[in-house]
Design a binder for this molecule. Structure first.
Ligand SMILES: [Zn+2]
Length: 144
């Protein structure tokens, strides 16, 4: 795997930014940051805790498992996503308690359902066009 250059702070820690969140996605990892002072999980990662304003945050890897909390089917997409229409955008409540919006990819003929179990998956950045960062999305957990 190619070496990924993270932006780091003065302590050489990987800086808690969206940019670095997507770099982790490129490595197949769904990451959040946890506040060292109050314990709050912050996702998407931000440089400051929204609860206690501490800037002492450390990365943790999430399980990538969760449940669909709500969703919407998009039939009139922005131009760059026209080829993917219709597609599903949902809010996923992760096992760790934080919610994350994302695309939900189901098989043809399968319907999204509130409460369905999902797992994260990743796709590398497209060679051209927009957006220029790796993508995460969610799929139903494989059923027996
Ligand atoms: Zn905090």
């Amino acid at each position: 795997m190619e070496e990924i250059a993270f932006r780091r702070d003065e302590r050489k820690e990987i800086y808690p930014t969206i940019e670095n969140f997507y770099k982790f996605c490129g490595m197949g990892k769904l990451m959040a940051v946890r506040c060292s002072r109050c314990g709050r999980l912050v996702l998407p990662p931000r440089p400051m805790c929204p609860e206690c304003y501490s800037t002492d945050l450390g990365w943790i890897q999430l399980s990538g498992r969760g449940r669909l909390e709500t969703y919407s089917e998009v039939y009139v997409p922005p131009k760059n996503f026209a080829s993917k229409s219709p597609y599903i955008i949902g809010i996923v409540r992760l096992a760790e308690g934080v919610a994350l919006p994302g695309q939900i990819i189901v098989d043809r003929g399968e319907k999204a359902e509130v409460g369905m179990e999902l797992r994260v998956d990743f796709e590398s950045a497209p060679a051209e066009g927009w957006p220029q960062w790796p993508r995460y999305f969610f799929r139903p957990v494989d059923r027996k």
